[in-house]
Write a protein that binds this ligand. Structure first.
Ligand SMILES: [Zn+2]
Ligand SMILES: [Zn+2]
Length: 294
């Protein structure tokens, strides 16, 4: 019955959408969804309602019964194929409009499942599908995780690979000239932090990586707890021993690309270790988490 919220639309990358709970009669009797006003409004952005066939009329209108739709696969949220689904006005008069299930093609449902219809800007057809009643929350959780991941990827530090290379070269005593990074940072500070941390992972000192030929110690990576891209938050340089942590390569990837709850857990441990420094920067724990979308 309701229209999708703006947050739900964002999670789907959709411009409009609606959903309703499938009734017992729809699922077991007619095997069709009677579209409500919200669903019709969504539909009418991609199709012309007057082009749908009317049944029960005395004159054959010659209009096609089946129209192409994208059909959602609830187990693989944004994976959908094109299918032709019957959509008709079942009665000679009135505006009742029904979309029929095609159980053989996977477009079927059980009572109390959710029917969803939404549009994306670039698509020629509406996306329709059924989400089992017990999977509704998980459907949105999976969507928000994908949105988190998109945020993480877009906010990746583009200089990180170069930076870690320069740290290694500095450890090897061989850095000739610093590459120009978007947010320049001094690899000697990182070298100092890795030494201070005794080449252990600051999140969990039990984490093992591998022996670096350069130091003969465990390979660790330097990470700026307050990301360099947030330098504008403070007058003090973020490229400082107090703001850099030593992380094993897995933890380093995880703090950039992991699940929000895992990032938050890591940030909690690291924040506690660096609390006095981060407070001096004027950054509290929640602000730090917001930098990571965690
Ligand atoms: Zn990093
Ligand atoms: Zn680690």
């Amino acid at each position: 019955m309701p229209a999708l919220t703006q947050n739900q639309l964002n999670l789907l990358g959709a411009t409009s959408g609606a959903y309703s709970v499938v009734t017992h009669r729809e699922a077991t009797g007619d095997r069709s969804i009677t579209l409500d006003q919200f669903e019709k409004a969504v539909l009418s952005q991609k199709y012309r309602p007057e082009n749908f066939k009317r049944r029960g009329g005395s004159i054959e209108d010659g209009l096609p019964e089946r129209w192409p739709f994208y059909v959602l696969d609830p187990s693989n949220v944004m994976n959908f194929g094109t299918q032709e689904l019957p959509i008709v006005y079942p009665k000679a008069e009135g505006n009742e409009l029904r979309l029929y299930m095609q159980t053989s093609n996977g477009f079927g449902c059980n009572p109390n499942d959710y029917f969803i219809i939404f549009n994306r800007q670039a698509d020629p057809y509406s996306i329709v599908g059924f989400i089992p009643s017990g999977s509704w929350d998980n459907f949105w959780l999976a969507r928000s995780r994908i949105a988190d991941q998109r945020f993480s990827i877009q906010n990746q530090d583009p200089d990180d690979v170069v930076y870690q290379q320069e740290v290694l070269l500095t450890q090897a005593g061989g850095l000739i000239q610093q590459t120009r990074m978007l947010q320049p940072r001094d690899p000697r500070i990182a070298k100092q932090v890795l030494e201070n941390s005794n080449y252990q992972c600051d999140f969990d000192s039990n984490h093992m990586s591998f022996i670096s030929p350069v130091t003969s110690r465990q390979y660790m990576e330097a990470h700026h707890l307050i990301p360099m891209s947030h330098q504008h938050f403070t007058q003090y340089s973020l490229d400082d021993v107090g703001n850099v942590v030593s992380l094993c390569p897995t933890c380093h990837k995880k703090i950039h690309l992991g699940l929000a709850e895992d990032k938050r857990n890591m940030l909690g441990v690291l924040y506690n270790k660096k609390a006095h420094v981060l407070q001096a920067y004027g950054i509290n724990f929640e602000t730090l988490c917001s930098f990571y979308n965690a």
